[in-house]
Design a protein around this ligand. Structure first.
Ligand code: NCD
Length: 344
């Protein structure tokens, strides 16, 4: 998405937020399929509510065990079938690159609603809308991201997006074990962004314009012991909020677990409930734009498979073994197109 396209989407979302009734028939007669292979509250419901408020209908599953997936159906077969029934496909999957892989077999637009610990672009649209409303722009801000930066897909997408607006600085607050993956730090370097990595909130909170808190992603750890070593390390308390700027905004993609103490919810600087509501409006804007698109008629990609070229065990190319090899070059380095991992 270009910055101009973002601007257009943002303006449309604001118009929808102001007068939703004007948009209630925009997607009449259209069907959106939501394929959720992983639990979700906000993302799935906000997509569904968004489509319904635009006059469209929704099909799909939120428990793959209740679909043919439980019988061993491949992702590409499920996607081919469902794109025959729908006008837009929204997919969430625990494997990195699953949405990109799905798009190879779909002739309707595919929206990534979170692919493992990789990316979550529509959460970022939600975050950008909230930042833009609060700060008047997405430029010239000092943004702190705190928590599980290794597995936190919302952080990866947010940093990728915020690095494209000028003058932003990033403070990455995590333990050494939960540092950002190198492909994201490489992108920040390539964009010429100033950033630093620190281990405590206390040492940086007073400088921040935005504090983006995240939970430690228990389901993405190899063992419970590994998770327990990281759990509860970060906690935003009223004492720490007292050190922050009077207009610092606290965002969180939610769900939050124990990383924000209950008394901080009342602080007017916390904006995560407003942020979650914005998610529905920006998704309404996105769906209404995509519903106008024609079916591509593009044939599905049945190339020669080359499983094993990507060394990331969480990459879809190592799980759905029929997928063709996909490589892109970023800053002179070869990366897997599905999951962004360096492949050399
Ligand atoms: C996030 C997600 O699923 O990645 N939640 C969301 O979509 N709003 C964050 C999380 O699960 O921690």
């Amino acid at each position: 998405m270009s910055l101009d396209e973002w601007e257009e989407l943002y303006r449309l979302a604001l118009r929808i937020k102001k007068s939703p009734a004007e948009f209630r028939d925009v997607c009449r007669g259209r069907i959106m399929a939501t394929l959720f292979y992983e639990p979700s509250t906000r993302t799935q419901m906000s997509f569904q509510a968004a489509m319904m408020r635009l006059g469209g209908k929704v099909i799909g599953f939120s428990d793959p065990n209740a679909s043919s997936v439980s019988k061993g159906e491949t992702l590409r077969d499920t996607v081919r079938i469902v794109t025959g029934y729908s006008d837009i496909l929204v997919i969430r999957n625990p494997i990195e690159g699953a949405a990109y892989a799905s798009a190879l077999y779909s002739h309707v637009p595919v929206i990534n609603a979170g692919d493992g610990g990789h990316l979550h672009p529509t959460q970022t649209l939600t975050d950008l809308m909230t930042i833009r409303e609060l700060k008047g722009s997405c430029e010239g801000l000092t943004v702190g991201c705190c928590g599980d930066l290794f597995n936190g897909r919302t952080v990866h997408s947010l940093l990728r997006a915020m690095s494209r607006f000028s003058g932003n600085k990033f403070v990455l607050i995590s333990t050494p074990e939960l540092k950002l993956p190198s492909y994201v730090t490489d992108e920040l370097k390539a964009a010429g962004c100033e950033f630093c990595e620190v281990q405590t909130l206390e040492e940086c909170i007073s400088e921040l314009d935005i504090l983006y808190m995240t939970r430690i992603q228990r389901e993405r750890f190899k063992t419970l012991e590994d998770y327990n070593r990281q759990a509860g390390v970060y906690r935003l308390t009223a004492d720490k909020m007292a050190l922050a700027k009077p207009d610092m905004a606290v965002l969180h993609p939610l769900p939050k677990v124990d990383e924000i103490s209950y008394d901080v919810d009342d602080d007017p600087r916390t904006q995560y409930f407003e942020q979650a509501e914005n998610g529905m409006f920006i998704r309404m804007a996105l769906i209404s734009q995509l519903c106008g698109a024609e079916r591509t008629g593009r044939p599905p990609v049945y190339g020669a498979p080359e499983a094993g070229y990507c060394k990331n065990p969480r990459c879809i190319s190592n799980h759905e073994k029929y997928l063709p090899k996909r490589v892109k070059v970023v800053g002179g380095e070869e990366r897997c197109q599905y999951c962004d991992s360096p492949i050399t």
